[in-house]
Write a protein that binds this ligand. Structure first.
Ligand code: GTP
Length: 323
């Protein structure tokens, strides 16, 4: 067996993949529809939309196999993303890249594989749409053209998900994206009995930045604040711009005390940013922190409401202090 090399643009590729915030999200009909279609059209037992992450291949959609990921080492698709065209393995036992692969020598005894790379809008090969069979097969030019068309449909769906869930200005999740990812992360924390916290953040006097320095400067301030959020919370935290100058962060596996510590570091980062930039305005914000409590919070919406109310209290106190 040969383990696939990393593509030359691996760091940028992983960045492009992570920026979609799609890994570990629940199954979606828009992708399942396409894997079902692929399975029927090619009459194969298994069709998968895989995404190649740092150390694993994760399945956004998979029909015919009851797993959601494998290690990257044993992944056929890690080989397929090295090529611009379709990778076809007619009989894996005869291909020295795969003959010793545990998925060939053992369950599910893969023999045939055909994978077409799926690209991000920026051109990175994020994964594949692939077909798998337990018997050796041929794959002709018409088959290749059809698989390419289906892979293009997967790419369109990926772009549509991105458009619907990512905020264009800051590249953070928008409200819809945030709620969906945070709800999913909350479910995970509940299942494994770990604490979780939510921060609701609203910039102070942001309207003044727009009014005094123009809308474009307001946009820069929003983008700067987003970068500070993205740079100072963990990759596993969910960060979103809910709209206007409102943001939220969902911290997985974090108690309220830990969340306060993280927020302290964030505050230092914002102050340092203000000192270094020496602009005519400073970034400042009000924030509410709430720890998830199953008795008080039905869902992520209820948690956001509690944190929003606390944020508003802080904002009122700050205004009163200024007056
Ligand atoms: N530049 C820019 N401004 C925006 C954008 N979205 C919303 N805004 C503006 O953000 C401002 C938010 O107003 P407020 O919620 O009153 O904000 P504020 O001045 O921070 O008020 P306080 O929260 O009470 O301190 C409004 O003037 C919106 O027009 C955007 O994408 N870019």
């Amino acid at each position: 067996m040969k383990i696939a090399e990393f593509p030359p643009n691996e760091t940028a590729r992983i960045e492009a993949l992570h920026s979609l915030h799609i890994l570990d999200t629940p199954p979606e009909e828009r992708f399942d529809r396409l894997t079902r279609l692929a399975r029927r059209l090619f009459d194969v037992p298994i069709a998968i939309v895989t995404l190649i992450d740092v150390n694993r291949q994760w399945f956004k959609s998979c029909v015919g196999l009851d797993i959601v990921e494998t290690t990257r080492n044993v992944s056929f698709c890690s080989h397929a993303i090295l090529s611009d065209g379709i990778t076809v393995v007619n009989d894996a036992t005869l291909d020295d890249r795969f003959s010793g692969n545990p998925q060939v020598t053992g369950e599910p005894y893969i023999r045939f594989y055909a994978g077409c790379p799926i690209r991000s809008e920026s051109g990175h090969k994020l994964g594949t749409l692939c077909l798998v069979d337990m018997k050796a097969r041929s794959f002709d030019a018409d088959d290749r053209a059809l698989l390419k068309d289906l892979a293009a449909m997967v790419e369109q769906e990926l772009a549509a998900v991105r458009l619907a869930t990512i905020d264009d200005l800051t590249k953070l999740s928008n409200r819809r994206g945030f709620e969906s990812l945070a709800q999913h992360a909350l479910g995970l924390c509940k299942r494994i009995g770990r604490p979780a916290c939510l921060l609701y953040v609203d910039l102070d006097k942001f309207k003044q930045i727009n009014d005094r320095f123009g809308h474009a400067e307001g946009d820069i301030a929003l983008a700067d604040f987003s970068s500070l959020l993205a740079g100072n919370f963990r990759e596993s935290d969910v960060i979103g711009r809910l709209g206007g100058d409102e943001f939220s962060v969902f911290l997985t596996n974090t108690s309220i005390n830990e969340a306060r510590t993280v927020l302290g570091h964030f505050e230092q980062a914002v102050q340092q940013f203000n000192r270094h930039r020496r602009r005519e305005y400073e970034l400042s914000y009000s924030v509410g922190i709430v720890e998830f409590d199953a008795d008080a919070h039905r869902d992520i919406g209820a948690l956001m409401q509690s944190a929003d109310a606390l944020m508003y209290e802080q904002k009122k106190q700050r205004r009163a202090a200024v007056h």
